[in-house]
Design a protein around this ligand. Sequence first.
Ligand SMILES: [Zn+2]
Length: 232
Amino acid sequence: MTTSSTKRVRLSQPAKDVLWSESGGHCQNPGCRVDLHAFVDQAHVAELAHIIPASTNGPRATEGADLTETERADPTNILVLCPTCHTMIDKGPSQYPAEILRRWKERSQQARAIAFGVPVFASRAEARAAIEPLLGANRAVFQLYGPLDDVFDDTRADQWSRHVVDTVIPNNRTLLRFLQSNRGFLTASEKETVDIFAIHVQQLEERHLEGTWTPGSTRFPEEIESIMKGDT
Ligand SMILES: [Zn+2]
């Protein structure tokens, strides 16, 4: 449904709670991440910024012209920002299109999950079940876009870089935390594999996030694919 109304739908308290917890109390701009708790007693410090605006004539309005009022007020359409970043994105909507803001939100959700979502499992089987989807997602990216010997394809390379940043690196971090927090379930040779994987993860991040890379990087250890499979 297309709406031309400028009436704002008020966010419910549960929706605000979801947003505050999702942000971890930090500005969701990954280049800022200022701690909003420090200002919690000042009114409106944790600003709720619409990705697609509440009204049909705000910043980025054309990117979501067919969204209903309710969809605009949904937590999935809202970022928690500090006042500086809120002003910055709304003054420069061409620099900060909806796609970028959605990625900020995703990265913030991933960061929270990595920081706090590390269970200690009751068994190897439980741990394996938790890491399998992460391994599967990374495998899919590698199969679709991973570098191939003797094939130079810019489109494939671009897709690879993007998916490494958006999927593989966050999944690797979670995998490592799961594996390291549940090290007691690993066999001696699995522990060695995890240590090699940790080096590979660090080097992949250096290459794709920091642009630093030297030849001779450690390749992904294939044994990770079957880690924690079966009883010891
Ligand atoms: Zn900020």
